[in-house]
Design a protein around this ligand. Structure first.
Ligand code: NAP
Length: 415
C-alpha cells in the first residue's frame, strides 16, 4: 500500500485496477483531482457538480466517484512548502486516473513547468486533444462543424525535453567548443543552446496508441505532421518510424496514401485506416482549407503544441477544448487553457474545457453514458445561449452567466 505524507485518504471507494494493460473501474472509483491555480478553484467547483450530476443521472445510486483532493501549484506550496509534492505523483500513480485544473508557470527564472514535470515523472507520453465543434459556440470560421479531429502529441521529447543551456554559461561554451572540435561546426559564442531528441521507442509507442485509438473509435485516417523536409533525422525519422508501426504491426488495419494511389485508384478500401503525412507548415493551411479531410493527427511535441491551439481556435477557443496526458495506462485529464489570473475568484471563467475533460475521463474508464450526458447537456446549454462572459461577448442575445450558474444550467439540461 502506498504511503502518503499529508493526504487524508477517503474512507470509501476503490482503486481502478489494471489487468492485462486494460482498466477495470469499480462502481466507486477513487479519483484524485488537483484544483489548480488562478481560475482553478472556480472551474473545478463547477465541474465537480456537473460530473457528479452526470454520474447520478446515468447510473442512479449504483455508481459514484469518490473524489480525493491532491495538491500542486500554489495550494501545494501552502501545505507542503513546494509546488509539486511527491504525495501528488504517488497518488496519481496509485489511483491510475486523475484530473487537474490549470497551474501557473512563471516565465524565465529557471522554474520548470509543473505540467511538464508531471508528464515526465508519470511518463504520460501522449497528449491527447479531441477537437470537435459544439453547435452554437461562436467561431472565427464559416464551417466550424467540419472539424472533428483528435491530436496525439508526443509529450516527453523534442524541445520540451528541456535540454538547453543559457548563452555564456560554462555548459553552453563547452558544447559549442565540442561541436567545433569534433564536427567542425561553427556556432557563435553568444548563442544559447537547445537539444532536440526524438527517439524510435518514444515515437513508436505514440503511434501505437493512436492506431489503437483509431481502431477502437472507428476513425478514418491518421496524419503524421512533421518537418522532416528540414530536420531529417528527428522529424523525418519520426514520420518513418510511424509508418513502420503501421506497416509492421497493423498491416490488416491500415493502408498508406501511396498504396491507395498506386493500387486502388485513390479510393481507400473499406475498413482500412488511411495513413498519410503532411509537412507541419502546410498542415496549418490544410486545417482551414480542407478541414474535413483530417481525422487523427500524430505529431512531435512542438508541432503538436502549436497545432492543437490552432485547431481549438476553429471550434471556439481553448475555453472549449478538453485534453489528457496519457501513459500506459496512467492518465491525467486537464483543462487546456491556463490560469487566467485576472479572473481568479470572480466566478466568471468558462469551465467547459475542464467539464469536457471530465467527459473524456469518464469515457476512458468505460463510463460512456456519463460522458454522453455531459457533452449533450453542455451542448444544449450553449445552444440556449446560456454562456459565460467569454462566449457571451461574441454572441448576440446571450444570457451571460457566472461559472457557478453555468454549471447549474448544464445540470438542469441533463435529461
Ligand atoms: P490563459 O491563462 O489561458 O489565459 C489567457 C486568456 O485566455 C485569458 O485572459 C482569457 O481571455 C482566456 N481564457 C483562458 N481560459 C479561460 C476560461 N476558462 N474562460 C474564459 N476565458 C479564458 O493563458 P496565459 O495568460 O498565457 O497563462 C496564464 C498562466 O497559465 C501562465 O502561468 C501559464 O504558464 C499557465 N498555463 C497553464 C496551463 C496548464 O496548466 N495546462 C496551460 C497554459 C498556460 P480574455 O482576457 O480575453 O477573456
Amino acid at each position: 500500500m502506498t504511503r502518503f505524507d499529508k493526504l487524508t485518504l477517503p474512507g470509501e471507494g476503490h482503486r481502478i485496477e489494471i489487468a492485462q494493460g486494460k482498466l477495470h473501474s469499480p462502481d466507486d472509483p477513487i479519483i484524485p483531482f488537483i484544483e489548480g491555480d488562478g481560475i482553478g478553484s472556480d472551474i473545478m467547483k463547477a465541474s465537480l457538480r456537473v460530473w457528479n450530476g452526470a454520474v447520478e443521472k446515468a447510473y442512479g445510486k449504483t455508481r459514484k466517484v469518490v473524489w480525493l483532493e491532491i495538491y500542486a501549484g500554489e495550494k501545494a506550496v501552502g501545505i507542503y512548502g513546494q509546488p509539486l509534492p511527491e504525495d501528488t505523483v504517488r497518488a496519481i500513480r496509485q489511483y491510475v486516473v486523475a484530473i487537474k485544473g490549470p497551474l501557473t508557470t512563471p516565465v524565465g527564472g529557471g522554474t520548470r513547468s509543473l505540467n511538464v514535470a508531471l508528464r515526465q515523472k508519470l511518463d504520460l507520453y501522449a497528449c491527447v486533444r479531441p477537437v470537435r465543434y459544439l453547435p452554437g459556440v461562436p467561431s472565427p470560421v464559416s464551417h466550424p462543424e467540419r472539424m472533428d479531429m483528435v491530436i496525439f502529441r508526443e509529450n516527453t521529447e523534442d524541445v520540451y525535453a528541456g535540454i538547453e543551456w543559457q548563452r555564456g554559461t560554462d555548459e553552453a561554451k563547452r558544447f559549442i567548443s565540442y561541436l567545433k572540435r569534433e564536427f567542425g561546426i561553427e556556432i557563435t559564442e553568444d548563442s544559447g543552446i537547445g537539444v532536440k531528441p526524438i527517439s524510435e521507442a518514444a515515437t513508436k509507442r505514440l503511434m501505437r496508441k493512436a492506431i489503437r485509438y483509431a481502431i477502437d473509435h472507428n476513425r478514418r485516417n491518421i496524419t503524421l505532421v512533421h518537418k522532416g523536409n528540414i530536420m531529417k533525422f528527428t522529424e523525418g525519422a519520426f514520420r518513418d518510424w510511424c509508418y513502420q508501426v503501421a506497416q509492421e504491426e497493423f498491416p490488416r488495419e491500415t493502408i498508406t496514401e501511396r498504396v491507395v494511389e498506386d493500387q486502388y485508384g485513390g479510393e481507400v478500401p473499406a475498413g482500412k485506416i488511411l495513413i498519410k503525412d503532411r509537412i507541419a507548415d502546410s498542415m496549418f493551411q490544410q486545417i482551414l482549407t480542407r478541414t474535413e479531410e483530417y481525422d487523427i493527427v500524430v505529431t512531435p511535441n512542438l508541432n503538436g503544441d502549436y497545432l492543437s491551439d490552432a485547431c481549438a481556435a476553429q471550434i471556439g477557443g481553448l475555453g472549449m477544448a478538453p485534453g489528457a496526458n496519457i501513459g500506459d495506462p496512467t492518465a491525467l485529464f486537464e483543462a487546456t487553457h491556463g490560469t487566467a489570473p485576472k479572473y481568479a475568484g470572480l466566478d466568471m471563467a468558462n469551465p467547459s474545457s475542464l467539464i469536457l475533460s471530465g467527459a473524456m475521463m469518464f469515457e476512458y474508464i468505460g463510463w460512456q453514458q456519463a460522458s454522453y450526458i455531459i457533452i449533450d447537456a453542455l451542448s444544449k446549454t450553449i445552444s440556449q445561449k446560456k454562456v459565460t462572459y467569454d462566449l457571451a461577448r461574441q454572441m448576440e442575445g446571450a444570457n451571460r452567466l457566472k461559472t457557478s450558474e453555468f454549471a447549474t444550467a448544464v445540470i438542469e439540461n441533463m435529461g
